[in-house]
Design a protein around this ligand. Structure first.
Ligand code: NAD
Length: 385
């Protein structure tokens, strides 16, 4: 069980490129990286617009002198400091990933890059070569693969619980781009522009996520042949908004992947189902705490995150134990946010005009327990409150 203690002696000195105000993924990077004190956010080039980036960096507590106009200045200036950054996360549109990752590695920095790493295999291999030569770590943010139930699935496959693996059925099929919303939404606009998104929209943008889940779960996952059909259903789109992919795997298993942005009514629709000769498992990212385990001829089971019956490898990274919903982290963050604002207002002598569980909530809880006990001890009778 993780207790948030340090996993490294000193937090990795860390910066971000992109992930500025209003970006989809910046906050998720920041809150995940700093949660266990493993990384300290000390610098950044947070936005395409330098002024907005600096203002944003300052607003999240970064030293104004270390909020840079662009990533090249970030690398150059940080290299001059004794306490300069050691690692950088890249959370910018896809077309920038190759040049930024390459420049970061050449500057001696470890990298966490958003997917896709780049557009061409030769470029990806080149980045891998530089990283190997420099002895640097490159992490690619296939974020869902960090879920505890993916480790459980990996252990189940490795231990033969499913038998011989025959089929892998994957999908990431949402409905959010079922109309031409790229006309108003900048985060969708670049995803539909081949100059910024690369040669694919949904295959890269969402399809790569379940693909990596399969790679993480099946340690010998190796594609031998592949067939892909892609199409754009919304008028004037150059890149595909729907794709079907069939794959033959080494060892004889077959896999399918459906990537879509026009699956009306679906929020994410990311799923992986692994079918073996004895049993199947299935995981959906919208209900991540449950892993369906279906043995042929037996009633279906649902394995729960954090439960003691999971394999030890899946319990190592448990954070809050079974039962507590993961949304608890968000709920607690919201309360800490409100506590902080209230404390700050109190320091300034201002009155708080929003609610939070305050001292009166504490009093009410204590009184309620006292009255319950009093009623029960009197033989479960009505008492005045
Ligand atoms: P976004 O358009 O919402 O935000 C992009 C951010 O990058 C903005 O703040 C923008 O100002 C900044 N930016 C752009 N060019 C820059 C530059 N040259 N220098 C500095 N900052 C720059 O995009 P997003 O949805 O957050 O996506 C960013 C990346 O994250 C993409 O590669 C996307 O594929 C990936 N992504 C991954 C996941 C995941 O689950 N891992 C989810 C969403 C997005």
């Amino acid at each position: 069980m993780i207790n948030g203690e340090k996993t490294v002696e000193t937090p990795i000195r860390w910066a971000m490129i992109g992930g500025g105000r209003g970006s989809q993924i910046g906050y998720i990077h920041r809150s995940s990286a700093v949660r266990d004190h493993s990384f300290a956010l000390l610098a950044g080039a947070f936005d395409l617009d330098p002024g907005r980036g600096k203002e944003f960096g300052i607003s999240i507590g970064v030293d104004p002198d270390r909020c840079y106009a662009d990533y090249r200045t970030l690398f150059a200036e940080e290299a001059r400091r004794e306490d300069g950054i050691e690692a950088v996360s890249i959370a910018t549109p896809n077309s920038t990933h190759y040049e930024m990752t390459k420049a970061a590695l050449e500057a001696g920095l470890h990298v966490i890059c958003e997917k896709p790493l780049c557009f061409k295999t030769e470029e990806a291999e080149e980045l891998a070569k530089i990283a190997d030569e420099m002895g640097l770590v490159v992490g690619v943010m296939y974020g869902y693969s960090g879920h505890q139930m993916i480790e459980q699935a990996r252990q189940m496959v490795a231990r033969g619980d499913l038998g011989e693996i025959r089929l892998i059925n994957m999908q990431f099929a949402h409905g959010a781009y079922h109309t031409a919303i790229e006309k108003e939404n900048p985060a969708v606009k670049w995803r539909m522009d081949p100059r910024l998104a690369g040669p694919s929209c949904v295959i890269a943008d969402v399809g790569t996520h379940p693909l990596f889940l399969a790679e993480a779960i099946l340690q010998d996952f190796e594609i031998e042949q592949l067939l892909c059909s892609r199409k754009s259903f919304v008028e004037d789109r150059v890149l595909e908004d729907n794709a079907f992919i069939l794959m033959n795997l080494k060892g004889g298993a077959q896999a399918t992947l459906w990537a879509s942005a026009i699956n009306c009514g679906s929020l994410h629709g990311q799923k992986i189902r692994i079918i073996g000769s004895k049993a199947s498992i299935e995981w959906l990212d919208e209900q991540p705490n449950q892993l369906a385990y279906e043995i042929e001829g037996e009633p279906a089971r649902v394995l729960e995150r954090g439960a003691a019956y999971l394999y030890p490898e899946a319990l190592v990274e448990d954070r809050i134990s079974a039962g507590h919903p993961e949304g608890l982290f968000d709920a607690w963050s919201n309360l800490y946010r409100r506590f902080a604002i209230a404390m700050n207002q109190s320091k300034k002598g201002e009155k708080t005009d929003f609610w939070f569980p305050d001292i009166r909530a504490g009093v009410q809880g204590v009184k309620w327990v006292e009255k319950c006990v009093e009623s029960a001890d009197k033989g479960a009778v009505w008492i005045e409150y």
